[in-house]
Design a protein around this ligand. Sequence first.
Ligand SMILES: *[C@@H]1O[C@H](CO)[C@@H](O)[C@H](O)[C@H]1NC(C)=O
Ligand SMILES: *[C@@H]1O[C@H](CO)[C@@H](O)[C@H](O)[C@H]1NC(C)=O
Ligand SMILES: *[C@@H]1O[C@H](CO)[C@@H](O)[C@H](O)[C@H]1NC(C)=O
Length: 314
Amino acid sequence: MAAYAKVFYISIRFWLILGVECFIGGFHHFLTIKSGGSVTIPCHYDKKNPPQKKYWYSKNDQSKIYTNTSEENLSVIDHPDQSLFTVTMRNLHYKDTGDYSCVVETEGLSTIAYDLHLMVQSAPDVSVVSSSVSGHEGGNVSVQCFYISGYQNEPKQWCRYKDERCYTVGRTDTSQNSSVQISDDVGRRSFTVLMTGLRLSDSGWFFCSAGEVMNPVQLTVIKDKRRNKELLTVWLPVSAALLLLLILVGVFFTWRWKQRSKQDKHQIIEKNDSRTIDPIYCEPEDPVMSNTINDERSNKPPAGALMYSLVGPH
Ligand SMILES: *[C@@H]1O[C@H](CO)[C@@H](O)[C@H](O)[C@H]1NC(C)=O
Ligand SMILES: *[C@@H]1O[C@H](CO)[C@@H](O)[C@H](O)[C@H]1NC(C)=O
Ligand SMILES: *[C@@H]1O[C@H](CO)[C@@H](O)[C@H](O)[C@H]1NC(C)=O
């Protein structure tokens, strides 16, 4: 029942927005962008039940732009690995001010994943220096958000899009995480968010907001190389030592083998010498003795032969 009610509500809301004259709802998300500037907006969707169609809807020109389209001033890109698609609007004009929606279509049913009212201004109400920041795993990152004087007394927040988890300036209750510090500098009309002890799971889309106006920021947490360092400091010497040991063993056996073959050559030469003198002496006189010796050292000339050959000339 509840599910049906929700779907009905969403559909009604959707069609009200798509309908030209009868939009009644208020937007909760206001975005202010400097004219000539650009913005990227994330549109999250259900990870377990990904939609078949995803598109960006502009109420201004009633256009639908489906995912994986790249135009000069607008691209809508799907990121299935993150369960979201991003919409980038470039070269924004005052005429681009208006209402926009991220729409997802699952089993023929369209729902609004996200909607916003974009305002293109010469001096945006809320802005960020950089809409894309990065930090290393375990490290820190800070984001500065600016607001115009009218927002001095409005609440300032730093929120994650995915779960709308927010950190608010001046709030010190236990629900706020100590790994996020947020401080307001009224004199400079900006507030700074400091995220410490970054984890890979912190990667994603955030927004800073003053009052109802927000600005998106993408955070990328780069995998720490500490594991690699560990690998270098522990495993590299160990494997180097093992390698050295292997080489030494190899060198030793090669040396021994060379020594042996040298000895054997010596023996063969001597044997041949004796043969030239008197080949008959080289033939073992006792075949049984020769056989047993041959069994023990199969590839080598029988020790008996050497004995005989040494004895031979005398
Ligand atoms: C993109 O924006 C620029 C600057 O406003 C404009 O000159 C250009 O025609 C736009 N491109 C398209 C395809 O609308
Ligand atoms: C859009 O492109 C991404 C990668 O660029 C791809 O993974 C995804 O499947 C594409 N989505 C659609 C709807 O074509
Ligand atoms: C901060 O939040 C994360 C989850 O988002 C949690 O694992 C961690 O324990 C929290 N830390 C504190 C100090 O509350």
